[in-house]
Design a protein around this ligand. Sequence first.
Ligand code: 5GP
Ligand code: ZN
Length: 143
Amino acid sequence: MAGWEYSKFQNVPCAAEDCRHQGKGETMNRDANCIFCKIIDKKIPSKIVHEDDVAIAFEDVNPQAPVHLLIVPKKHMPEIHSITVADREIIGHLFFVARSIAAQKKLDHGYRMVINNGRDAGQTVFHVHLHLLSGRAFHWPPG
Ligand code: 5GP
Ligand code: ZN
C-alpha cells in the first residue's frame, strides 16, 4: 500500500501479524501525571495481556464484564478528539490488537469495543484507550 514503510518494521513484534503498523515505540511521548503512561512505563502494576512497540493491553481494574481489557497506545494522546492524521496507524493498530486478543481468547460469541470520548461519554482517563469487553450479552442502545 502506498505510503506504508512496512519493510522497515517487519521484525517488530506484533500480535496481529497482518497489521502494518509503523514502529514508533522509541519516540512516543509520555505524560508524567497520566496513570496509563505510568502503567506503560511499569511504574504502576497491571495485568498485561499483550505488549508491542505501539500498544499495550491490560485488564481493567474495575471490570464490567467477565473479559474487560484496555488496549492503550504507548503514545500519550488525551482523547480521540485530539488525534491527528499522523496518529491514524496507531489508532488502527488498537483494533488489530483487539481482534488478535479476541482470537487468542476465543471470544467466539462476540465482543464489544468501546471508546469513550469526553466527560459526557464517560471518559475518566484522558489517555486514549479501547475497551474490549466480552463474556456476557450486552444491551443496545448503551446506557
Ligand atoms: P474510561 O472511563 O476513561 O473510558 O475508562 C477508564 C478505565 O480505566 C475504567 O474502566 C477504569 O476502571 C480503568 N482504570 C482506571 N485506573 C486504572 C488502573 O490504575 N489500572 C487499571 N488496570 N485500570 C484502571
Ligand atoms: Zn498517558
